[in-house]
Design a protein around this ligand. Structure first.
Ligand code: GTP
Ligand code: MG
Length: 175
């Protein structure tokens, strides 16, 4: 039995194929080897529990092929994580032009964390990233922007901290 304080939150993880969404989840749950990750077919669900909060990650495929199939499953998410690849400008353009619109259409003012992944091979200039974040902020509630690497593990502790802080905030609002 869980005590009455126990909370479960649905965390949607979205963004272009190949940006590293599943690799990030693998690292968060302590999986040692991200080279084992395969392209996600539809959705991959994983949970992470810390004390009395359980995060249920819905890690969606970024492939166009699955787009229509996955979008209805955004519904009910408490937190959204949008991931792009810091070495791939198109992946950030698509967060602005596609993924943020899907989030806006499916969810009402949900807190979003934007993750620039693959910091180990970052090539995108900071001014391009800043302008894109500003543009996204017009559509969705970007709470935090973090640069991380699922390869080296850089930034992942901070990422977890931000996830649990937002979860605690939701709890304090009675959600
Ligand atoms: N250099 C580098 N490569 C990474 C990093 N994270 C993931 N990758 C690689 O990027 C590729 C795609 O990773 P996935 O985790 O499958 O990407 P995804 O976003 O889940 O892709 P879909 O499931 O198809 O939407 C894999 O070859 C990973 O090894 C990173 O931080 N740095
Ligand atoms: Mg995946």
């Amino acid at each position: 039995m869980h005590n009455k304080e126990f909370r479960r939150y649905k965390v949607a993880v979205a963004g272009d194929a190949g940006s590293g969404k599943t690799s990030l989840i693998y690292r968060l749950i302590g999986h040692p080897d991200i080279t084992l990750v395969e392209k996600t077919k539809g959705v991959y669900i994983e949970t992470l529990t810390n004390k009395n909060i359980e995060l249920i990650f819905w890690d969606f495929s970024g492939q166009k092929h699955f787009r229509e199939a996955i979008l209805p499953f955004f519904r009910g998410s408490h937190i959204v994580v949008l991931v792009f690849d810091l070495s791939n400008p198109q992946s950030l353009v698509n967060l602005v032009k596609e993924w943020s619109i899907y989030v806006k259409n499916a969810l009402n003012d949900v807190p979003c964390i934007v993750i620039g992944n693959k910091k180990d091979i970052k090539t995108l200039p900071d001014d391009f990233i800043e302008a894109s974040l500003e543009e996204m902020q017009k559509t969705i509630n970007v709470r935090e922007y973090l640069e991380v690497s699922a390869m080296t593990g850089e930034g992942l502790e901070k990422f977890l901290e931000v996830l649990y802080n937002i979860a605690e905030e939701l709890r304090s609002k009675g959600i």
